[in-house]
Design a protein around this ligand. Structure first.
Ligand code: SF4
Length: 476
């Protein structure tokens, strides 16, 4: 459910696209076994990049930070919306210009003709989550280096592109839904859930490596296990049922913050709320709702209606009052009337969601929604987007002001000249707001401290350290 990418310029979505290379004017000499890597797109693509890099490092390849130092460059592309395609094609062009030897992988890889039309000289093109194919192509164009297999080149948890204290944990690939605005299933295929034991082993390795926050991701997190009919798997010699509730339960036992992203609003999401209330996983739900109008949701091939969703949210909050809900919406979907848009605004006022991203609908090549009649004129879309953001801006400010006077545990992300910057359980890295601890320098990234919120604006809050600190965490 990566609708964040409908219109990246208008979202709070991060700069997760990681460009790991710097440009350099002079072409690189082709010798050795040094790989340059550029990762674009969403956190799911970032995890693919981590896997490819882990495999290549295991085989003895070096990963270098500039085009000039690399013997070959891999570009992991995004192809979800037109602006992402453009960015991917530009990046391939830059890599060709600066280095000359380029392998393309990722979502845009499924459109080989489109890439070759613009860049006929790329060495090879492979599709999304095709780890073996991209590694095979590297072998073909850059012979595997000789290295001592007993020398440990890669840490147990593999290569990570996130800071040491948090990590994305991808639990499945692909998606069985066919939302009419989305072409992800045609690029990434149907749902394939990873075995439970494999995911839990990875989570344990990440914890051992210093990670204390897991961000559970996939295209459709709540569908986990549907493709394998929730069969029984094994972990630590014990039978475990392949479903999201069991997975959350087991992840919760590892003693890390566990945060769920891209949760499609299936009815069984209700079963996760008690786990959040018990403190097993964070009371945080990233659940893209897309719209409130029943008719539009039907046209999008999505479930739900305003009344039903409001009723569910009310029940969730009753069970777990500290629950934070993040969601995303599309305005200006084909055929959206003023009345239906008003219905969406009223839903926002009633639901009072904590964090919201909104995107003006933009046609994605190959999406079914393009065939729908009555497209909304661009100026109307933009006006609706502005009206939407205004209403949500007031709600977000009010929700954050409710935090003033309360104490929270804060995980520190960075320390700069103004002080420390961190997040509470209510703020996911990259997409949500921050907690500013001005004047606090004596802390390190990953450390957790207690602080009282003293001020809030529409996105962020400011806090001061509490007198009492948890000794174990203060010394972490
Ligand atoms: S088709 Fe799947 S990936 Fe695309 S928006 Fe729908 S649920 Fe998300």
């Amino acid at each position: 459910m990566t609708v964040e990418r409908f219109s990246p310029k208008q979202t709070t979505t991060s700069d997760i696209p990681v460009k790991t290379l710097e440009a350099n004017r002079s072409p690189a000499p082709a010798s050795g076994s040094r790989i340059g890597f550029v990762s674009l797109g969403c956190p799911k693509n970032l995890v693919d990049s981590e896997r490819i890099l882990t495999q290549l490092r295991t085989e003895g390849y070096d990963v270098v930070p500039t085009y000039h130092d690399a013997d070959l460059v891999i570009v992991n592309t995004c192809g979800f919306i037109d602006s992402a395609v453009e960015e991917s094609l530009d990046t391939i062009g830059e890599a060709l210009k600066e280095n000359g030897r380029v392998i393309v992988t990722g979502c845009l890889g499924v459109k080989e003709d489109e890439i070759r039309e613009v860049h006929p000289n790329v060495l090879a093109i492979t599709g999304p989550h095709a780890y073996e194919s991209v590694v095979e192509q590297v072998h073909e164009h850059l012979p595997m280096p000789e290295h001592d297999p007993f020398q440990d080149l890669v840490p147990d948890h593999g290569i990570k592109l996130t800071p040491r204290h948090f990590a994305y944990l991808k639990i499945s690939e692909g998606c069985n839904h066919r939302c009419t605005f989305c072409i992800i299933p045609s690029m990434r295929g149907d749902l394939i859930s990873r075995p439970m034991g494999e995911i839990l082993d990875e989570a344990k390795r990440l914890k051992a490596a210093g990670v204390n926050e897991l961000l559970v991701i996939s295209q459709d997190t709540s569908a986990y296990g549907v493709d394998v009919k929730h069969r029984t798997g094994f972990w630590n010699g014990m039978p475990v049922k392949t479903n999201l509730q069991t997975l959350c339960d087991k992840l919760g036992e590892l003693g890390m913050w566990v945060r769920l992203h891209y949760v499609y609003p299936y009815p069984h999401v209700d079963d996760l709320i008690p786990l959040m209330n018990e403190g097993k996983i964070l009371p945080y739900l990233d659940i893209p709702l897309q719209h409130a109008s029943k008719r539009l949701l039907k046209l999008m091939k999505r479930p739900g209606s305003a009344e039903r969703t409001l009723e569910r949210i009310r029940k969730w909050r009753e069970i777990c009052p500290q629950l934070i809900i993040r969601s995303t919406f599309i305005v200006g979907f084909p055929g959206e009337t003023e009345e239906e848009f008003e219905e969406l605004l009223q839903f926002l006022r009633d639901a009072r969601l904590d964090r919201v991203g909104a995107f003006a609908y933009s046609p994605v090549e190959g999406a079914k929604a393009n065939e729908l009649p009555d497209p909304v004129p661009e100026d109307v879309k933009q006006q609706r987007l502005a009206r939407f953001m205004e209403v949500q801006g007031e709600i977000s400010t009010a929700r954050l002001e409710e935090r003033v006077g309360n104490e929270y545990q804060i995980v520190i992300d960075s320390v700069d000249s103004e002080g420390a910057v961190g997040r509470t359980y209510a703020d996911a890295p990259e997409v949500d707001g921050l907690v500013h601890l001005n004047g606090v320098y004596d802390v390190a990234p990953g450390q957790r401290v207690w602080a009282e919120v003293i001020h809030a604006n529409e996105h962020d809050v400011w806090a001061v350290l509490s007198d009492e600190q948890d000794e174990e965490e203060a010394s972490a």
